[in-house]
Write a protein that binds this ligand. Structure first.
Ligand SMILES: [Zn+2]
Length: 92
């Protein structure tokens, strides 16, 4: 695991740390959205779609490839526990 700067914002949809401003999401008007990453939020938080399940499906193989987890089952279990703590998935 990379060492994390505590000031690095973390995407509140997928949990990716955004260490570079190029990774910040975009609002519908083109300004930076530091709450979400560019992959989750390329054109405004109001236009984000997809479910928590889809996010896990998308992230699990990626995180295995990044070496964060030994296999997809471990990645899915970690994501299922972690993602619901992020702002996008928190139940109001
Ligand atoms: Zn994201």
């Amino acid at each position: 695991m990379k060492e994390m700067n505590p000031n690095t914002p973390v995407c509140q949809s997928c949990g990716m740390p955004m260490s570079d401003p190029n990774e910040y999401g975009k609002n519908a008007d083109g300004t930076a959205n530091t709450k979400y990453c560019i992959y989750c939020c390329p054109k405004g938080a109001e236009n984000m779609s997809g479910t928590l399940e889809e996010m896990i499906d998308f992230c699990a193989p990626l995180e295995v490839k990044l070496g964060l987890h030994p296999d997809e089952a471990a990645a899915r279990a970690a994501l299922a526990a972690y993602l619901p703590t992020l702002e996008r998935w928190k139940k109001a």
